[in-house]
Ligand binder design. Structure first.
Ligand SMILES: Cc1cc2nc3c(=O)[nH]c(=O)nc-3n(C[C@H](O)[C@H](O)[C@H](O)COP(=O)(O)OP(=O)(O)OC[C@H]3O[C@@H](n4cnc5c(N)ncnc54)[C@H](O)[C@@H]3O)c2cc1C
Length: 241
């Protein structure tokens, strides 16, 4: 149950409010406003101007409260990221759900977070000091703090492939591959577990199929066997390449 709603006009005020116990940032509220037994206070971020999308050199800086649909419609959004965003949530949820909120609550079936992981996205987090954290380090622990922006590179080639029961369903297996001009190649896989997994971060693409297989060696659940996921992931990784 939400017991108090705050809408601060400055980051300092937001941080001060968030230092109180049981007080959480409110993004789009699509999850946080669900009925829950715990009493929580929420700090609405919408007056803080954190929803801009800005190209900065070779990077795209995505404000934490930019909605998924806002990012999808941005002219700088990478094509593969658009495909992943369309699968993340239907239009109504994309119009409300924010980029940061989606990262904080994602599970392994999040196509958007899988693609961000391949892109080696960086989060700027106020806790209350500002620090930059790789998404890959953030996901296992998801420490509390206010995410203010997410930065992704634009000078990369990215591909995204998936297999699902129906074209619009959340994937059973998805694979995102990013390649930098230097040859650096990152492969992230999703469709299973608590968070997407980084399967490979190498100086070249060699071994990518084996890496895709290895990532899923224990990935058995009600949707698919580990063997199935391993075979599909290897094929999708090759297809991305
Ligand atoms: C019908 C329906 C279906 C859904 N299906 C799925 C699904 O299949 N898979 C799934 O993963 N989710 C699902 N969701 C959950 C949710 O819609 C999405 O994950 C959404 O994108 C969350 O974003 P939000 O901005 O609405 O987050 P909110 O609900 O506002 O917040 C979610 C969490 O993120 C934290 N948070 C928000 N912004 C920040 C920030 N800037 N810094 C730090 N923490 C922050 C909040 O404190 C809260 O803990 C569903 C929701 C609905 C209503």
């Amino acid at each position: 149950m939400i017991t108090a709603y705050h809408r601060p006009q400055s980051l300092d005020k937001a941080l001060e409010l968030l230092s109180h116990p049981n007080t959480f940032p409110l993004g789009g509220g699509t999850l946080l406003s669900h009925r829950q037994s715990d009493a929580v206070e929420v700090v609405d971020l919408q007056a803080l101007g954190l929803n801009s999308l800005k190209k900065s050199g070779k990077d795209l800086e995505i404000g934490a409260t930019a909605t998924l649909q806002q990012l999808l419609e941005d002219s700088n959004c990478l094509v593969a990221l658009k495909s992943a965003l369309k699968l993340e949530a239907p239009l109504n949820l994309r119009n409300a759900g924010t980029v940061a909120g989606t990262i904080v609550v994602c599970d392994g079936r999040s196509t958007f977070t899988t693609t961000l992981l391949a892109l080696d996205a960086k989060l700027t987090i106020l806790n209350p000091q500002s620090k930059t954290e790789n998404l890959g380090d953030f996901l296992p622990l998801r420490p509390r703090g206010l995410i203010t922006s997410i930065t992704i590179p634009l000078n990369v080639k990215v591909a995204f492939e998936y297999v699902a029961r129906t074209p619009a369903d959340k994937p059973i297996v998805c694979v995102a591959l990013a390649q930098w001009p230097s040859g650096r190649t990152r492969l992230a896989v999703g469709g299973y577990g608590k968070a997407p997994m980084l399967a490979m971060d190498g100086t070249e693409a060699e071994g990518i199929e084996a890496a895709a297989r290895n990532a899923f060696h224990e990935a058995q659940d009600e949707w698919a066997s580990a063997e199935y996921r391993q075979d599909v992931a290897a094929t999708l990784a090759k297809r991305c390449l």
